[in-house]
Design a protein around this ligand. Structure first.
Ligand SMILES: Nc1ncnc2c1ncn2[C@@H]1O[C@H](COP(=O)(O)OP(=O)(O)OP(=O)(O)O)[C@@H](O)[C@H]1O
Ligand SMILES: O=P(O)(O)OC[C@H]1O[C@H](OP(=O)(O)OP(=O)(O)O)[C@H](O)[C@@H]1O
Ligand SMILES: [Mg+2]
Length: 293
Protein backbone atom coordinates (compact mmCIF):
# COMPACT_ATOMS: atom_id res chain seq x y z
CA UNK A 1 0.00 0.00 0.00
CA UNK A 2 1.25 3.55 -0.75
CA UNK A 3 1.89 5.79 2.22
CA UNK A 4 -0.99 8.12 3.02
CA UNK A 5 -0.66 11.90 2.76
CA UNK A 6 -0.91 12.17 6.56
CA UNK A 7 2.41 10.68 7.60
CA UNK A 8 1.32 10.68 11.27
CA UNK A 9 -1.30 8.06 10.49
CA UNK A 10 0.75 4.99 11.12
CA UNK A 11 -0.14 1.88 13.11
CA UNK A 12 2.20 0.92 15.90
CA UNK A 13 2.26 -2.83 16.48
CA UNK A 14 3.91 -4.48 19.48
CA UNK A 15 5.57 -7.84 18.93
CA UNK A 16 7.83 -10.02 21.07
CA UNK A 17 11.45 -8.97 20.65
CA UNK A 18 13.05 -12.32 21.14
CA UNK A 19 11.28 -15.52 22.01
CA UNK A 20 8.94 -18.22 20.87
CA UNK A 21 6.55 -15.87 19.04
CA UNK A 22 9.09 -13.65 17.29
CA UNK A 23 9.89 -15.59 14.11
CA UNK A 24 6.32 -16.72 13.51
CA UNK A 25 4.98 -13.19 13.94
CA UNK A 26 7.62 -11.74 11.61
CA UNK A 27 6.86 -14.50 9.07
CA UNK A 28 3.17 -13.66 9.26
CA UNK A 29 3.88 -9.95 8.69
CA UNK A 30 6.17 -10.76 5.78
CA UNK A 31 3.51 -13.14 4.47
CA UNK A 32 1.03 -10.26 4.18
CA UNK A 33 3.55 -8.28 2.18
CA UNK A 34 5.10 -6.05 4.86
CA UNK A 35 8.82 -5.34 4.50
CA UNK A 36 11.10 -4.20 7.34
CA UNK A 37 14.76 -3.20 7.58
CA UNK A 38 16.89 -4.60 10.33
CA UNK A 39 14.24 -5.59 12.86
CA UNK A 40 16.80 -7.63 14.78
CA UNK A 41 18.82 -4.64 15.93
CA UNK A 42 16.21 -1.95 16.52
CA UNK A 43 13.39 -1.63 19.02
CA UNK A 44 11.23 0.55 16.79
CA UNK A 45 11.22 -0.47 13.14
CA UNK A 46 9.42 1.27 10.30
CA UNK A 47 7.75 -0.77 7.62
CA UNK A 48 8.94 0.19 4.13
CA UNK A 49 5.70 -0.37 2.26
CA UNK A 50 2.79 -0.05 4.73
CA UNK A 51 1.99 2.60 7.35
CA UNK A 52 3.14 0.43 10.22
CA UNK A 53 5.92 0.54 12.73
CA UNK A 54 6.87 -2.37 14.97
CA UNK A 55 7.78 -2.03 18.62
CA UNK A 56 9.88 -4.99 19.70
CA UNK A 57 9.53 -5.62 23.43
CA UNK A 58 9.21 -8.39 26.05
CA UNK A 59 5.91 -10.16 25.67
CA UNK A 60 4.91 -9.37 29.27
CA UNK A 61 4.73 -5.66 28.38
CA UNK A 62 2.63 -6.01 25.22
CA UNK A 63 -0.94 -6.09 26.66
CA UNK A 64 -0.40 -2.98 28.78
CA UNK A 65 1.26 -1.03 25.95
CA UNK A 66 -1.79 -1.83 23.83
CA UNK A 67 -4.21 -1.05 26.66
CA UNK A 68 -2.60 2.36 27.19
CA UNK A 69 -2.65 3.16 23.48
CA UNK A 70 1.16 3.31 23.22
CA UNK A 71 0.63 0.67 20.56
CA UNK A 72 -2.53 0.22 18.49
CA UNK A 73 -2.15 -3.51 17.98
CA UNK A 74 -0.13 -6.33 19.52
CA UNK A 75 0.69 -9.96 18.85
CA UNK A 76 0.82 -11.82 22.16
CA UNK A 77 -0.19 -15.05 23.87
CA UNK A 78 -3.67 -15.16 25.43
CA UNK A 79 -1.90 -16.35 28.59
CA UNK A 80 -0.03 -13.05 28.93
CA UNK A 81 -3.08 -10.88 28.22
CA UNK A 82 -5.12 -12.84 30.77
CA UNK A 83 -2.41 -12.59 33.41
CA UNK A 84 -2.05 -8.82 33.02
CA UNK A 85 -5.85 -8.38 32.99
CA UNK A 86 -5.33 -5.65 30.36
CA UNK A 87 -8.35 -3.91 28.87
CA UNK A 88 -7.91 -4.75 25.17
CA UNK A 89 -9.97 -6.40 22.43
CA UNK A 90 -9.02 -9.62 20.71
CA UNK A 91 -9.20 -9.16 16.93
CA UNK A 92 -7.97 -12.57 15.80
CA UNK A 93 -6.92 -15.91 17.29
CA UNK A 94 -3.83 -17.21 15.52
CA UNK A 95 -2.75 -20.79 15.31
CA UNK A 96 0.76 -20.54 16.73
CA UNK A 97 2.11 -20.39 20.27
CA UNK A 98 -0.50 -22.95 21.19
CA UNK A 99 -0.07 -24.09 24.78
CA UNK A 100 -1.95 -24.40 28.06
CA UNK A 101 -1.41 -23.12 31.58
CA UNK A 102 -1.56 -26.08 33.93
CA UNK A 103 -1.16 -27.13 37.53
CA UNK A 104 1.43 -29.86 37.98
CA UNK A 105 2.94 -31.69 40.91
CA UNK A 106 5.64 -34.33 41.52
CA UNK A 107 4.54 -37.59 39.92
CA UNK A 108 4.48 -39.83 42.96
CA UNK A 109 4.01 -37.15 45.61
CA UNK A 110 1.07 -36.45 47.92
CA UNK A 111 -0.70 -34.17 45.43
CA UNK A 112 -2.81 -36.39 43.18
CA UNK A 113 -6.07 -34.43 42.81
CA UNK A 114 -7.07 -30.76 42.73
CA UNK A 115 -8.20 -30.84 46.38
CA UNK A 116 -4.70 -31.89 47.46
CA UNK A 117 -3.39 -28.41 46.54
CA UNK A 118 -5.13 -27.02 49.64
CA UNK A 119 -2.54 -25.63 52.05
CA UNK A 120 0.34 -26.25 49.64
CA UNK A 121 2.90 -23.89 48.09
CA UNK A 122 2.71 -23.31 44.32
CA UNK A 123 5.48 -21.73 42.25
CA UNK A 124 4.45 -19.83 39.13
CA UNK A 125 5.05 -16.88 36.81
CA UNK A 126 1.26 -16.53 36.61
CA UNK A 127 0.19 -15.48 40.14
CA UNK A 128 -3.05 -13.77 39.08
CA UNK A 129 -4.40 -16.67 37.00
CA UNK A 130 -3.29 -19.15 39.67
CA UNK A 131 -5.02 -17.17 42.42
CA UNK A 132 -8.21 -16.83 40.34
CA UNK A 133 -8.25 -20.59 39.75
CA UNK A 134 -7.64 -21.46 43.41
CA UNK A 135 -10.31 -19.00 44.56
CA UNK A 136 -12.81 -20.54 42.15
CA UNK A 137 -12.01 -23.99 43.51
CA UNK A 138 -12.16 -22.61 47.09
CA UNK A 139 -8.63 -23.79 47.73
CA UNK A 140 -6.12 -22.10 49.97
CA UNK A 141 -2.55 -22.23 48.75
CA UNK A 142 0.53 -20.13 49.08
CA UNK A 143 1.77 -18.72 45.76
CA UNK A 144 5.48 -18.10 45.17
CA UNK A 145 6.07 -15.93 42.11
CA UNK A 146 9.18 -16.76 40.10
CA UNK A 147 10.03 -15.59 36.62
CA UNK A 148 11.58 -18.69 35.02
CA UNK A 149 12.67 -22.31 35.43
CA UNK A 150 9.44 -22.89 37.32
CA UNK A 151 9.48 -26.66 36.75
CA UNK A 152 12.56 -27.09 38.90
CA UNK A 153 10.98 -25.43 41.98
CA UNK A 154 9.60 -28.64 43.59
CA UNK A 155 13.01 -30.35 43.33
CA UNK A 156 14.62 -27.32 44.99
CA UNK A 157 11.90 -27.55 47.67
CA UNK A 158 10.90 -23.97 46.88
CA UNK A 159 7.34 -25.21 46.29
CA UNK A 160 5.17 -28.34 46.44
CA UNK A 161 3.71 -27.82 42.99
CA UNK A 162 3.76 -25.47 40.01
CA UNK A 163 1.57 -23.65 37.53
CA UNK A 164 3.28 -23.21 34.17
CA UNK A 165 2.85 -23.40 30.41
CA UNK A 166 2.72 -26.85 28.86
CA UNK A 167 2.80 -27.84 25.22
CA UNK A 168 4.28 -31.28 24.55
CA UNK A 169 4.60 -32.04 28.27
CA UNK A 170 8.30 -32.87 27.83
CA UNK A 171 9.53 -30.27 30.31
CA UNK A 172 7.14 -31.55 32.98
CA UNK A 173 8.24 -35.12 32.31
CA UNK A 174 11.92 -34.23 32.43
CA UNK A 175 11.34 -32.74 35.86
CA UNK A 176 9.32 -35.66 37.24
CA UNK A 177 6.04 -33.72 37.29
CA UNK A 178 2.51 -34.72 36.26
CA UNK A 179 -0.11 -32.38 34.88
CA UNK A 180 -3.27 -32.28 37.00
CA UNK A 181 -5.48 -29.40 35.84
CA UNK A 182 -5.61 -27.00 32.92
CA UNK A 183 -6.28 -23.44 34.01
CA UNK A 184 -6.23 -21.82 30.57
CA UNK A 185 -5.93 -22.87 26.92
CA UNK A 186 -3.80 -20.35 25.05
CA UNK A 187 -2.68 -19.30 21.58
CA UNK A 188 -1.24 -16.19 20.03
CA UNK A 189 -3.75 -13.42 19.50
CA UNK A 190 -3.86 -10.13 17.64
CA UNK A 191 -5.08 -7.60 20.19
CA UNK A 192 -6.27 -4.01 19.67
CA UNK A 193 -6.36 -1.04 21.96
CA UNK A 194 -9.77 0.00 23.26
CA UNK A 195 -8.70 3.66 23.12
CA UNK A 196 -10.51 5.70 20.48
CA UNK A 197 -8.58 5.69 17.22
CA UNK A 198 -8.57 8.23 14.39
CA UNK A 199 -10.54 7.32 11.22
CA UNK A 200 -7.20 6.97 9.42
CA UNK A 201 -5.96 4.37 11.89
CA UNK A 202 -9.26 2.49 11.82
CA UNK A 203 -8.99 2.31 8.06
CA UNK A 204 -5.42 1.02 8.31
CA UNK A 205 -6.52 -1.67 10.80
CA UNK A 206 -9.27 -2.78 8.39
CA UNK A 207 -6.72 -3.07 5.58
CA UNK A 208 -4.30 -4.91 7.83
CA UNK A 209 -7.02 -7.38 8.87
CA UNK A 210 -8.10 -7.91 5.30
CA UNK A 211 -4.55 -8.90 4.39
CA UNK A 212 -4.26 -11.17 7.43
CA UNK A 213 -7.54 -12.90 6.70
CA UNK A 214 -6.59 -13.38 3.04
CA UNK A 215 -3.25 -14.84 4.07
CA UNK A 216 -4.79 -17.18 6.66
CA UNK A 217 -7.47 -18.35 4.28
CA UNK A 218 -4.81 -18.99 1.62
CA UNK A 219 -2.69 -20.99 4.06
CA UNK A 220 -5.68 -23.18 4.80
CA UNK A 221 -6.51 -23.75 1.13
CA UNK A 222 -4.99 -25.34 -1.96
CA UNK A 223 -5.56 -24.67 -5.64
CA UNK A 224 -6.25 -27.93 -7.47
CA UNK A 225 -6.31 -28.70 -11.16
CA UNK A 226 -7.35 -32.00 -12.73
CA UNK A 227 -8.66 -33.62 -15.87
CA UNK A 228 -11.91 -35.56 -15.59
CA UNK A 229 -14.49 -37.29 -17.76
CA UNK A 230 -17.12 -34.76 -18.86
CA UNK A 231 -19.93 -37.00 -17.63
CA UNK A 232 -18.44 -36.99 -14.11
CA UNK A 233 -18.67 -33.18 -13.76
CA UNK A 234 -21.99 -33.09 -11.82
CA UNK A 235 -20.67 -35.62 -9.27
CA UNK A 236 -17.31 -33.84 -9.03
CA UNK A 237 -19.09 -30.54 -8.35
CA UNK A 238 -20.83 -32.23 -5.40
CA UNK A 239 -17.56 -33.61 -4.07
CA UNK A 240 -15.59 -30.35 -4.19
CA UNK A 241 -16.28 -28.12 -1.17
CA UNK A 242 -15.43 -25.15 -3.35
CA UNK A 243 -15.64 -21.52 -2.26
CA UNK A 244 -17.11 -20.68 -5.64
CA UNK A 245 -18.26 -22.96 -8.34
CA UNK A 246 -15.26 -24.68 -10.01
CA UNK A 247 -13.87 -23.57 -13.37
CA UNK A 248 -14.61 -26.25 -15.99
CA UNK A 249 -12.76 -26.00 -19.32
CA UNK A 250 -12.99 -28.08 -22.51
CA UNK A 251 -10.04 -30.21 -23.62
CA UNK A 252 -8.95 -31.46 -27.06
CA UNK A 253 -10.47 -34.83 -26.11
CA UNK A 254 -14.17 -33.92 -26.15
CA UNK A 255 -15.09 -36.51 -23.54
CA UNK A 256 -12.74 -34.88 -21.03
CA UNK A 257 -12.64 -31.49 -19.23
CA UNK A 258 -10.11 -29.63 -17.08
CA UNK A 259 -11.37 -28.57 -13.66
CA UNK A 260 -9.70 -25.86 -11.53
CA UNK A 261 -10.82 -25.01 -8.01
CA UNK A 262 -9.82 -24.17 -4.44
CA UNK A 263 -10.36 -26.59 -1.56
CA UNK A 264 -9.83 -26.34 2.20
CA UNK A 265 -6.67 -28.17 3.25
CA UNK A 266 -8.40 -30.11 6.04
CA UNK A 267 -10.60 -31.90 3.48
CA UNK A 268 -7.75 -32.46 1.06
CA UNK A 269 -7.24 -36.23 1.24
CA UNK A 270 -10.92 -37.17 1.45
CA UNK A 271 -11.68 -35.00 -1.58
CA UNK A 272 -8.70 -36.40 -3.45
CA UNK A 273 -9.81 -40.01 -2.91
CA UNK A 274 -13.36 -39.25 -4.04
CA UNK A 275 -12.12 -37.41 -7.14
CA UNK A 276 -9.95 -40.33 -8.18
CA UNK A 277 -12.89 -42.66 -7.71
CA UNK A 278 -14.84 -40.48 -10.20
CA UNK A 279 -12.08 -40.83 -12.80
CA UNK A 280 -10.10 -37.62 -12.20
CA UNK A 281 -6.51 -37.84 -13.45
CA UNK A 282 -3.42 -35.63 -13.55
CA UNK A 283 -4.39 -33.94 -10.29
CA UNK A 284 -2.06 -31.00 -9.56
CA UNK A 285 -2.11 -29.21 -6.20
CA UNK A 286 -0.64 -25.72 -5.72
CA UNK A 287 -0.17 -23.49 -2.65
CA UNK A 288 -1.95 -20.12 -2.71
CA UNK A 289 -0.23 -16.83 -1.86
CA UNK A 290 -3.31 -14.90 -0.72
CA UNK A 291 -7.06 -14.82 -1.24
CA UNK A 292 -9.37 -11.83 -1.39
CA UNK A 293 -12.94 -12.97 -0.93
N1 LIG B 1 6.05 -24.72 24.96
C1 LIG B 1 5.34 -23.84 24.30
N2 LIG B 1 4.71 -24.17 23.17
C2 LIG B 1 3.98 -23.27 22.49
N3 LIG B 1 3.84 -21.99 22.87
C3 LIG B 1 4.46 -21.60 23.99
C4 LIG B 1 5.23 -22.49 24.75
N4 LIG B 1 5.74 -21.84 25.79
C5 LIG B 1 5.30 -20.58 25.67
N5 LIG B 1 4.51 -20.42 24.61
C6 LIG B 1 3.85 -19.19 24.13
O1 LIG B 1 4.88 -18.32 23.66
C7 LIG B 1 4.90 -17.12 24.44
C8 LIG B 1 6.31 -16.63 24.53
O2 LIG B 1 7.11 -17.61 25.17
P1 LIG B 1 8.60 -17.28 25.59
O3 LIG B 1 9.12 -18.50 26.28
O4 LIG B 1 9.35 -16.76 24.43
O5 LIG B 1 8.30 -16.10 26.63
P2 LIG B 1 9.21 -15.30 27.64
O6 LIG B 1 10.36 -16.15 28.07
O7 LIG B 1 8.27 -14.77 28.65
O8 LIG B 1 9.78 -14.12 26.71
P3 LIG B 1 10.06 -12.57 27.02
O9 LIG B 1 11.52 -12.47 27.12
O10 LIG B 1 9.52 -11.86 25.80
O11 LIG B 1 9.32 -12.18 28.27
C9 LIG B 1 4.24 -17.52 25.76
O12 LIG B 1 3.71 -16.41 26.46
C10 LIG B 1 3.16 -18.45 25.27
O13 LIG B 1 2.06 -17.72 24.77
O1 LIG C 1 5.51 -28.83 27.35
P1 LIG C 1 6.75 -28.39 26.63
O2 LIG C 1 6.66 -28.59 25.15
O3 LIG C 1 7.97 -29.01 27.22
O4 LIG C 1 6.87 -26.81 26.79
C1 LIG C 1 6.77 -26.19 28.04
C2 LIG C 1 7.90 -25.24 28.29
O5 LIG C 1 7.93 -24.25 27.27
C3 LIG C 1 8.02 -22.96 27.88
O6 LIG C 1 9.31 -22.62 28.16
P2 LIG C 1 10.34 -22.18 27.02
O7 LIG C 1 10.88 -23.38 26.34
O8 LIG C 1 9.70 -21.17 26.12
O9 LIG C 1 11.50 -21.53 27.83
P3 LIG C 1 11.45 -20.37 28.94
O10 LIG C 1 11.57 -21.11 30.23
O11 LIG C 1 12.64 -19.52 28.58
O12 LIG C 1 10.17 -19.61 28.81
C4 LIG C 1 7.26 -23.15 29.20
O13 LIG C 1 7.63 -22.17 30.15
C5 LIG C 1 7.66 -24.53 29.62
O14 LIG C 1 8.84 -24.54 30.39
MG1 LIG D 1 7.69 -12.96 29.09
Amino acid sequence: MERTADSKTSLRIAIQKSGRLTDKTIDLLKGIGLRFDDYKRNLLVKCRNFDVELLLIRDDDIPEYVQDGVCDLGFVGANVTAETGANVSVLRDLDYGVCRLSLAAPKDGDIQTTEDFDGKTIATSYPKLTRDFLDKQELNANIVTISGAVEVAPRLEVADAIVDLVSTGNTLKANGLQELNTILESETQLIRTNKELSPGKKELIDKFLQRMDGHQQAERSRYIMMNAPKKAVPKIKDIIPSLNSPTVMPLADEDMVAIHTVIPIDQFWIVMEKLKAEGATGIVILPIESMIL
